[in-house]
Ligand binder design. Structure first.
Ligand SMILES: [Zn+2]
Length: 352
């Protein structure tokens, strides 16, 4: 691709740092540039995946529509609102627009249901057929390292950690009946792959309302209230941190430890301190949600730490329908208002 964004040639020695409003403008511009590069590379790498795995035209269309829509959506939310053309060079933009018009028409009116990296996990599972930890890690390592190489070539001065759509942590959960050797499939989740606190809060509200299992939405919603979800014996959740081309096991953070009573491996570290990210940010949420959606009947064995008799799954679901859902909607509407996003009717993007 011959598209090059503006180079950032102003360092800390520059006069811009003497003036607070110019400093803020410089930071916003730098952040926009990172989002621009990240979106461009994510789209390009996804197009490569489609060439490599050759799914049917229908499946290709579904994935590309979701990827484009969610990248453009984060561009729209940015302080310096971006359009699809900010992410793509003109020829490629026109070609993609002809092929996937809906993403270009609805990125500024409809909400996505997944972050970019979660779409990648879905692809790894549904199209690339990754079933084991090893298969999924190989798939993700390959994607991450091709992306990193492309990033180095295009922008040698940008660190990989500045890649906006990267999920540093992935987790999987599974269920194995006691005394039974064979377990369920592995259900993978990723940490939120978007940047900006407001963006994260918007995405967490969307996921709780639209995508995640109600028990997970309940746990996230009550994150600050010391109410947890209790999983039956036999459910295990393992998280991994990606760094330097490999995945390393990782204990859950203090938020996840409080929200989910489940067999974490490795177990929570007792010296854990408070964390900066909001409840719902971690990979464990998506992973446990997929497990509950994917294992029929398991949800009825989930309890909350609410005082009985209000701790059953039926009570969790009732509270979601009676109370949590409306509050999440109102919260999401408020957050979208702050971003000047049309919010009167919350409509979700549906690939065709
Ligand atoms: Zn966590």
């Amino acid at each position: 691709m011959d598209w090059h964004p503006k180079e950032q040639n102003q360092g800390p020695g520059h006069a811009v740092f003497q003036n607070p409003s110019r400093l803020l403008a410089w930071k916003e511009e730098k952040n926009k540039y990172q989002l621009q590069i990240s979106g461009n590379l994510f789209i390009q790498q996804f197009l490569r995946l489609l060439i490599k795995w050759q799914p049917t035209e229908d499946i290709k269309k579904q994935y590309m529509e979701k990827v484009l829509h969610t990248v453009f959506f984060f561009g729209k939310l940015h302080k310096r609102q971006m359009t699809p053309n900010d992410f793509l060079e003109p020829r490629s933009s026109q070609r993609l627009q002809d092929m996937y018009p809906q993403s270009f028409q609805q990125y500024s009116t409809h909400l996505p249901s997944l972050t970019p990296y979660s779409i990648l996990l879905q692809f790894g599972n549904e199209v690339a057929g990754c079933r084991t930890q090893e298969e999924m890690e190989t798939f993700l390592c390959e994607f991450n390292s091709t992306l990193q190489t492309a990033m180095k070539q295009q922008t040698p001065n940008l660190k990989p950690s500045k890649f906006t759509f990267r999920a540093a942590i992935v987790a999987y959960s599974f269920y194995r009946e006691p005394h039974n050797k064979a377990g369920s499939p592995l259900f993978y989740g990723a940490s939120l792959s978007c940047s900006g606190l407001l963006e994260r809060k918007i995405m967490i509200s969307i996921l709780c309302l639209q995508t995640w299992h109600r028990a997970v939405a309940f746990a996230v919603y009550h994150g600050k209230d010391n109410l947890a979800i209790v999983f039956p014996d036999g459910v295990q959740c393992r998280a991994f941190c990606y760094s330097n081309g490999a995945f390393k096991e990782k204990s859950p953070c203090v938020n996840c430890k409080k929200m989910y009573h489940v067999n974490f491996q490795p177990p929570p570290d007792d010296t854990m301190e408070n964390v900066q990210w909001p409840h719902g940010n971690c990979a464990e949420n998506e992973s446990l949600s997929k497990l509950l959606h994917g294992m029929p009947g398991l949800q009825y064995r989930v309890l909350s730490t609410h005082t009985p008799p209000l701790n059953t799954y039926q009570a969790i679901e009732q509270e979601f329908l009676n109370n949590i859902e409306t509050r999440l909607r109102n919260q999401l509407i408020r957050l979208l208002q702050e971003k000047d996003f049309p919010h009167l009717s919350l409509e979700f993007f549906q690939p065709q």
